[in-house]
Design a protein around this ligand. Structure first.
Ligand SMILES: *Cc1c(COP(=O)(O)O)cnc(C)c1O
Length: 367
């Protein structure tokens, strides 16, 4: 069987390891940018009531027809822009990649993203048989290296450019003027990935339509509905009509459509939660700033990236785990992230537990 696997499965796939999600049972889970707040009991009752009418014996509406107006309204999508729904924004990245993925004149189309950034841009490029080009960010503050980015775009002529705004795992917003220059310089599409939109006031949605090659992608995951798997892509309808052809017919299931429509009607609850997370982010950053032995990076997202003394990230991560707190160890994920850890902003109690465990881990690590 192994010989057959070697013969049939592409070498670049065989060389991969499956996406690893660490077990979190019994731990304070601050590793995955989830909203820590569950819905209030009364809201859960209303939600279950809303699901009562879901037609589980039917295939879902293929385009999420009832959901689209609610999403447009909630996110302020300009009326002349199209909207395409995905099973999480990961699926939208995959649809974009699949639609461009055929060699032309012997050359494979290219996906360009900055590094370090969201790893799925590179992974999905590889799955779809595209080449990936990574352009390093500035090491001191993770800002765009405009010169290098524009030169690389000129040389490599990427079909797709992905920019996360704010960026994951660094948390910063790139200079919007530089993003505009990237859009203008790009021969292909530029997808501004606004997964962390609930935690910042900055957005490219108002600029949709200013350039024919700008698309904006969002998700409800970080907003508080990670369990639903729903992302959406907004942009000129002519583009979205093309990507819609590679969408699997019923990609957004009946329960997701009904639940998302319900949640958008009660957006006040989600907005309150994301506002609370934003103020907790400021408090957490202030507290972490006064802890000796770490350096924190500013964040416009619902997580904070921080750096330990050289060689200590693993021990600090383990110390936190030992004290019941799971965060993300990014040491080794990219050379620019050596000694880096990332913590998701939790509830005030979770953040306090994290801060205490962090102080303890740091003092036992440094000893
Ligand atoms: C989490 C994240 C996503 C993935 O969102 P899903 O809708 O849950 O697939 C996309 N982009 C960035 C930058 C993210 O951090």
């Amino acid at each position: 069987m192994h010989a057959l696997i070697d013969r049939l499965i592409r070498p670049e796939i065989r060389a991969l390891r499956a996406y690893h999600v660490p077990p979190a049972a019994g731990l304070i889970k601050l590793d995955a940018m989830e909203n820590p707040y569950a819905w209030p009991e009364a809201l859960r009752e209303d939600w279950l009531e809303a699901l009562r009418d879901a037609a589980m014996h039917r295939y879902p509406d293929p385009r999420g027809g009832a959901l689209q107006p609610a999403l447009r309204e909630a996110m302020g999508i300009p009326a002349d822009m199209g909207l395409l729904l995905g099973n999480g924004s990961d699926e939208l990245i995959q649809m974009l990649a699949l639609a461009v993925a055929a060699p032309r004149a012997g050359e494979r189309p290219k996906v360009l993203s900055v590094e370090p950034s969201f790893v799925m841009y590179r992974m999905i490029a590889l799955f779809a048989g595209l080449d990936h080009v990574g352009v390093p960010l500035q090491p001191q503050d993770f800002s765009l290296d405009a010169e290098r980015l524009l030169t690389t775009i000129e040389q490599e002529q990427p079909a797709l450019v992905f920019l996360a705004y704010p960026n994951n795992p660094t948390g910063n917003l790139f200079d919007p003027d530089l993003i505009e220059r990237v859009i203008e310089a790009s021969p292909g599409l530029v997808i501004v990935d606004e997964a962390y939109a609930p935690f910042t006031d900055a957005s490219f949605i108002p600029r949709l339509g200013h350039w024919p090659n700008l698309l904006v992608m969002r998700t409800v995951s970080k907003m508080g509905l990670a369990g639903l798997r729903l992302g959406y892509l907004a942009g000129p309808p002519a583009w979205l009509e093309q990507f819609d052809k590679v969408r699997l017919p019923y990609n957004i299931n009946v329960l997701t459509q009904a639940s998302a429509a319900f949640a958008l009607r009660r957006r006040d609850v989600l907005d309150q939660q994301t506002q609370a997370i934003r103020s907790q982010r400021a408090a957490l950053l202030a507290s972490m700033g006064s802890i000796a032995g770490i350096h924190c990076y500013p964040s416009d997202a619902n997580f904070i990236l921080f750096r330990t003394a050289p060689g200590q990230a693993g021990a600090v991560f383990d110390g936190l785990l030992h004290r019941g707190v799971l965060i993300k160890n990014l040491d080794g994920a990219h050379p620019m992230l050596s000694d880096c850890l990332r913590v998701t902003v939790g509830t005030p109690d979770e953040n306090a537990a994290f801060l205490e465990a962090l102080s303890e881990s740091l003092s036992s690590t440094q000893r």
